[in-house]
Design a protein around this ligand. Structure first.
Ligand code: CA
Length: 230
């Protein structure tokens, strides 16, 4: 397995140095930068395998930088883990809504950080050549392109994985914790309502084509992908 690169975007030098040291020791190649401008330059030079993004940066917020990365087709599949001192739940949801794939709240343990990075890398590397189809909805697992008819559907990496999981497992009800295990990875510490946030975003992306009905809420149980609904 080739060495994976982690881009650390963190303006507080002691934290940045500590992260760079620990990740280096864990076998990762580390690029460490202290603001959004440097982060963009680093990514333009070489795409990292995962980005560890501090929320509060001096020039642009980590949130805005994440939005920019997720808008750009070249960088949108790079997993972004937001690092935040804000433990308020609204802020975490805002981070996920901006396209972050995961978040970690300061102070965090080295063990938790490494588990989240491993999970992000694992999720990012799943792919095969299949094209999955339901009606006009097509998911190309090789290119990660999702289309309905001629229209390209823009999805964040998490919504893409969620849709892929649903399309591979139609007609069965999955609880939030089952979805967390299957789509987010078993040893990631994410709250169950995170699933609702991403279901909402996935449905919203499919709504203009009336394909949101594919994802049915099974009251009190979870969610079900129902191909007969279209
Ligand atoms: Ca900061």
């Amino acid at each position: 397995m080739s060495q994976k690169t982690v881009l650390v975007v963190e303006d507080e030098r002691p934290i940045r140095d500590m992260l760079a040291f620990n990740l280096g020791r864990a076998g990762y190649e580390v690029q460490a930068v202290d603001d959004g401008r440097e982060a963009r330059t680093a990514i333009a030079n070489r795409c990292p395998d995962v980005v560890l993004m501090d929320w509060m940066l001096p020039d642009v917020s980590g949130l805005e930088l994440t939005r920019q990365l997720k808008r750009d087709p070249r960088t949108r599949t790079i997993p972004v883990i937001m690092v935040t001192a804000l433990s308020d739940e609204d802020d975490r949801v805002t981070g996920l809504d901006a396209g972050a794939d995961d978040y970690i709240v300061k102070p965090f343990s080295q063990r938790e950080l490494l588990a989240r990075i491993r999970a992000a890398l694992r999720r990012g590397s799943v792919s095969d050549d299949e094209v999955l189809e339901v009606g006009e909805l097509k998911l190309d697992a090789a290119s990660h392109q999702v289309t309905i008819g001629d229209a390209a559907i823009a999805l964040s990496p998490t919504e893409y994985r969620l849709l892929e999981f649903f399309m591979r497992h139609p007609g069965r009800v999955y609880s939030r914790s089952q979805l967390l295990d299957s789509v987010w990875g078993g040893n990631v510490y994410v709250e169950e309502r995170t699933v609702d946030v991403h279901i909402r975003r996935l449905r919203k992306a499919l709504t203009p084509f009336a394909y949101h009905k594919l994802i049915r809420t099974a009251r009190g149980a979870g969610y079900c992908f129902a191909p007969r609904e279209v």
